[in-house]
Every structure is written in C-alpha cells, then in structure tokens.
Design a protein. Structure first.
Length: 310
C-alpha cells in the first residue's frame, strides 16, 4: 500500500495569511486519527493503512483528507496596493521609480539558480531571455517583470496537457496551462536575475464549477468540483518583497492585471506547496508506468468550498 501513494494526501502550508484550523482523515469512509503530518516546502498527510496494508486484486480502497483553512485575503491584497493603484490609474511610472535594485544575499541567490526544471541555459530559453533583455533595456526589476509577463501574455496560448510541459516545450509549442506558464515565467525571471519560484494550491471558482479529466486509458480519473488545482509564479521585487504573478488569470494585454486580478489576491486560495524546480517529466513517466504495470485505477476528487465571506 505504501508504494502506491494512495495513503498520501497533500497538506496546506501555513504562513501569516493562511492558517489550518481543522483536519480530518478517512479511510474507506471511516474517520481515522491514525495519520501523520510531514512538513517541508511540499507538506503531506500520510494515513496509516491499518488492516489495509495489502490491496488484493479487484479490491478497492478510498482515502480522504478534509482541511478547514482560514485565509486572510485582505491581508494578501494589501501587499500589492501600489500595483492596484497603478492598475486603476493606468500609470505604472511610480512603480518603476519606487522599485529598488535587487541585492542577492545568500538566501536570494538560491532563487536565481538554474535547476533541471528551470533550466535557463537551454538554447531556446536563452534566445527568449536575450529578447526580453533587449526589450526591457533596463536593470529595473519592475521593467524586467513587465516585459517577461508581456512576452508570455503575447505568445503563449492556454492549453492543458498531462504530463506538464517543460519550459522549453512551452516555448516550442507556444502553449501551456498554469503549470507550464508559471514554470516558464520562473525560468525566464531567474535567467534575468529576478529571484523567483513556483507556488501551487487550490483555488475556488464557483459552486457550479466541475472539470473532469480521464487519462492513461481510463486508469487515471480526476474530477474537480467548486475549484481545483492551480499554479502561479512568485517573484522577488524590492521593496515589496515576494509578489505573486499569474499569467493565466487577468486581462490579456495588461501586465498589472496578472498581479492584482489573480485568485491568490482576490479569493481564499489555499497554498499547498512550493515547487522544488526539478523536472516533472521523469516523475510523470514513472507514475504512468506504475499505473500501467500495476493496473491500479485512480479516481481522484478535489472539492473546494467557501464556508465564510470572501
């Protein structure tokens, strides 16, 4: 059972704007307190199998985790009030004037490194970085951020694919979903000297929202109700600090809308983890191979509800 990940559930992060106030775990519909929380940048909840240590052929098992999370949406939005004022006025010159040069200390230096997943030494990525650098013609982080967002906004079409694309693939095909676009933005920003990383979580869309995906010849079934999984980029822009950027949401052609009009700053978005920057293709290939080999059928349901006022 431990080799299937069936007993593992993602677990929300906690920070100044997000607090976990309730946790419930279930196995085959029965509540259980026999679970552990493993922390880190990508925390998870692991349920003890008890009597269900071995899954017999043609048998089934269900596990579920329910989280009650308080999100301070107003506190988050207050962080980007300068960007909101620029968005409303249509004038971002004050942002450029207020922006400070980035000084890389030991911690920030880790967020500009190339990784297997954010590899800005790829020749195709390098060409785009040089193009953005020539368009920006400035070391001002706001100008660099604006031109990086504009490049993706102008050139990348939204398209879902499993497994996720690597950044160079997103550029090659000029299409990608939230994972692909945020990973591309992080890669470009790191290559341009802007500390950045990818964050992911659960967003609320509406009570009527429903999305179903069937993959791997019917062995992987994913349903999202009320909302679902999403990913976005996080960039360090002094003096404001870490700013969330989402090229999937917002108004096309308005780079500021991809900051102030995104779910993170306007909805009770629950952050579930921070990506480590490793290439995702190998994980997905291994996961798909294990599904095909073991003939395990996964039926996964994500449900998002808002219990209080936004």
């Amino acid at each position: 059972m431990y080799s299937t990940d069936i007993l593992i559930q993602n677990y929300p992060l906690e920070d100044q704007f997000q607090k976990i106030v309730g946790v419930k775990a279930y196995i085959n519909g029965t509540p259980t307190s026999n679970y552990s929380i493993i922390g880190g940048m990508e925390p998870y909840l692991q349920i003890s199998p008890g009597a269900f240590n071995v899954l017999q052929p043609n048998a089934s098992i269900s596990t579920m985790a329910v989280y009650n999370v308080e999100v301070d949406v107003l506190g988050r939005f207050y962080q980007v009030m300068d960007f909101e004022n620029a968005y409303v006025s249509g004038n971002y010159t004050l942002l450029i004037r207020k922006a400070e040069n980035i000084v890389l200390n030991e911690t920030l230096a880790n967020y500009v490194k190339a990784t297997s997943g954010w590899n800005y030494t790829n020749p195709l990525i390098e060409l785009v970085i040089e193009f953005i650098r020539s368009k920006a013609n400035s070391s001002n982080p706001i100008v660099i951020l604006m031109n990086s967002i504009n490049y993706i906004d102008d050139n990348i079409i939204y398209s879902i694919r499993m497994p996720p694309r690597e950044p160079w693939e997103t550029l090659l095909w000029m299409e990608g979903d939230c994972d692909d676009q945020s990973n591309l933005l992080v890669t470009l920003l790191r290559g341009l000297g802007i500390p950045s990383y990818q964050e992911y979580g659960m967003i609320y869309v509406s009570d009527d929202f429903r999305l179903e995906e069937v993959e791997n010849n019917g062995l992987l079934n994913i349903t999202m109700v009320g909302g679902g999984g999403h990913a976005w980029a996080v960039a360090y822009i002094p003096p404001w600090g870490w700013i969330r950027v989402d090229t999937v949401f917002g108004v096309k052609g308005n780079w500021l809308s991809h900051i102030v009009s995104i779910p993170y700053y306007n909805q009770p978005t629950v952050v579930m983890g921070i990506s480590n920057g490793e290439a995702s293709q190998l994980y997905w290939v291994g996961f798909e191979k294990s599904i095909a080999t073991t003939r395990l059928k996964y039926v996964i349901l994500y449900q998002v509800k808002v219990l209080g006022n936004v």
